[in-house]
Design a protein around this ligand. Structure first.
Ligand code: G6P
Ligand code: ZN
Length: 543
């Protein structure tokens, strides 16, 4: 079996975004497109000779083909060993776990996360480094630079590998281990959460529904919730991964996971509802009659994490992405621990986690995680919630209300304007930036602008600077609006407008969210002139 070099020419559009390279499947299926990007990644790992690489994906359409290509290219590029999940599957947090556990130099995570799959859907390739986390900006910049300079890629000619049987095999001199995708992850979960307590909870009749959205967490949830923890059969729904996610948009929010949401808001609601996304890193938590915003979920987990064995010693600190509500900051203040504010994108948590500055972190975009891996982790968040519910003996809804009664409530909503014209989106953001200095003091309805800036992040560990991460408007009435453009879309641009308003613990904590935020939403539209500049008089998705 010999490695060969194949001549190629660069594609101009292989710049990784918030979370790796994400494009329509049709783009990835162009001849040499995958090969070029994978070669650029390998070229950005100078120490790859003799090293171990992890490969796995969320099982979406094209996953298996790309796994086979990547394996043959890894063999031709000098890797000594590849660990690949059975069936080419690894949830994103499980990939992170496997990279760390086996000392791999990094991993290829094949996923477009919560974006739809299938021949007309999206695909993605992300490179994670040896810490198990998404490659930092300097590495993705090097990969992009390399994509523009490629003249050849290297691959061995070999038959496709049988990915469906766990065991050891090889391609030429490179060893290949096909792993059970669940085993290492399950092992890690056992060290973090109290399986005994959760088992007793289910044995006592606690009922739950977990919606795997026909995506990668099905096998994990079946094995852990129903298998290990004794949840009733049928607790996990949509638990068989499908290449097109059953035609759905595997994003765990009330809009795309409406079956679960509707059930939880109905009189038949079980005690607890949860879901995860295409690649298993996002989560949705719903109590009976109450959707728990990701921002609140992070804050509640931070307040109760010490009840789980993995966090019994307390938290070193917490972090949230800038558009995430400030609810977790309030918990951190009461615990006397630092709270960090990072740009959107999980990779920014990596250096804080590696340096031991934080233990928990999360984002408004349904991501919650801890120092156990370097990705957000949907099922872990669900297990930690179950641990907290078991340890406190408090129903989920009451737990949320008790949290607000102690810390106050950050009413929160996000308005997305999807697939708007890219130039219009850029014009809107630059228009906002141009008027930042004039905004303070201006009144919009019952709100007065107190602060206006463009978020600029200085990493406290390595001093690296990331500018232009979103426009923040703070109001004197303790409300906030944030504008940024999504970095994960694959068509046009998506404007995200994040709106929040704080109600102190002594205030009214159970009002309709839309009513509380109406004036801040109106201010957000007026300040950015959204309707005129985008041609949209309403957002496409409200969560
Ligand atoms: C991915 C990243 C997250 C990020 C999210 C939203 O899921 O892993 O860290 O928060 O995308 O990104 P976007 O740029 O679309 O708002
Ligand atoms: Zn995801």
């Amino acid at each position: 079996m010999t490695a060969k070099s194949v001549a190629t020419t660069p594609f101009p559009d292989q710049k990784p975004g918030t979370s790796g390279l994400r494009k329509k499947v049709a783009v990835f299926r162009q001849p040499r497109y995958v090969e070029n990007f994978v070669q650029a990644i390998f070229d950005a790992i100078p120490e790859r000779a003799g090293a171990t690489l992890v490969i796995g994906g969320d099982g979406r359409f094209f996953n298996r083909e790309v796994v086979q290509t990547a394996l043959k290219m890894a063999a031709a590029n000098g890797f000594a060993r590849v660990l690949v999940g059975r069936g080419g599957l690894l949830s994103t947090p499980a990939a992170s776990c496997v990279i760390r556990k086996y000392g791999a130099i990094g991993g290829l995570v094949l996923s477009a996360s919560h974006n739809p799959g299938g021949p007309d859907g999206d695909f993605g390739i992300k490179f994670n480094t040896a810490n198990g986390g998404p490659a930092p900006e300097d590495v993705t910049a090097a990969i992009f630079a390399r994509t523009l300079a490629l003249t050849e890629y290297r691959i061995v000619e070999a038959p496709d590998l049988d990915l469906d049987a766990v065991g050891e095999t090889c391609i030429g001199a490179m060893a290949v281990t096909v792993l059970d995708p669940v085993a290492d992850y399950l092992h890690l979960m056992r060290t973090l959460v109290d399986f005994e307590a959760i088992r007793a909870l289910f044995a006592g009749g606690f009922r739950m529904r977990f919606d795997a959205m026909s995506a990668v967490t099905g096998p994990y949830a079946h094995a852990i919730l129903e298998g290990e923890l004794g949840a009733a059969p049928g607790t996990v729904v949509n638990g068989t991964p499908q290449p097109d996610f059953g035609g759905h948009h595997p994003d765990p929010n009330p809009v795309h996971c409406h079956d679960l949401y509707d059930l939880m808001l109905s009189p038949d609601a079980p005690d607890f509802g949860a879901a995860s996304d295409g690649d298993g890193d996002r989560n949705m938590i719903v109590a009976p009659g109450l959707f728990v915003t990701p921002s609140d979920s992070l804050a509640i987990l931070a307040a109760h994490a010490h009840r789980a064995p993995g966090y019994a010693a307390g938290l070193a600190g917490v972090a949230r992405s800038m558009p995430t509500s400030r609810a977790v900051d309030r918990v951190a203040a009461s615990l006397g621990i630092p709270a960090y504010e990072t740009p959107t994108g999980w990779k920014f948590f990596g250096s804080l986690l590696d340096a031991g500055l934080i233990t928990l972190c999360g984002e408004e975009s349904a991501g919650t995680g801890s120092d156990h891996v370097r990705e957000k982790d949907g099922l872990w968040a669900v297990l930690l919630w179950l641990n907290v519910l078991a340890a406190t003996g408090t129903p989920a809804r009451d737990l949320v209300h008790a949290h607000w009664a102690r810390f106050g409530r950050d009413y929160y909503t996000r308005h997305d304007y999807e697939e708007i014209d890219s130039d219009a989106a850029k014009a809107l953001m630059s228009g906002l930036r141009a008027k930042l200095a004039d905004l303070p003091g201006q009144r919009f309805g019952d709100l007065t602008v107190a602060t206006a800036d463009d978020f600029r992040y200085v990493d406290p560990v390595d001093g690296s600077v990331t500018a232009e991460q979103g426009v923040r408007i703070g109001f004197a009435e303790d409300a906030r609006v944030v504008y940024r453009l999504s970095g994960t879309g694959t068509a046009g641009a998506t404007l995200r407008v994040y709106v929040e308003r704080f109600e102190p613990a002594t205030g009214r904590l159970d009002r309709p969210v839309a009513e509380v935020l109406a004036s801040a939403v109106a201010a957000a539209c007026a300040i950015a002139d959204i309707a005129a500049l985008t041609g949209r008089d309403a957002p496409s998705v409200v969560t």
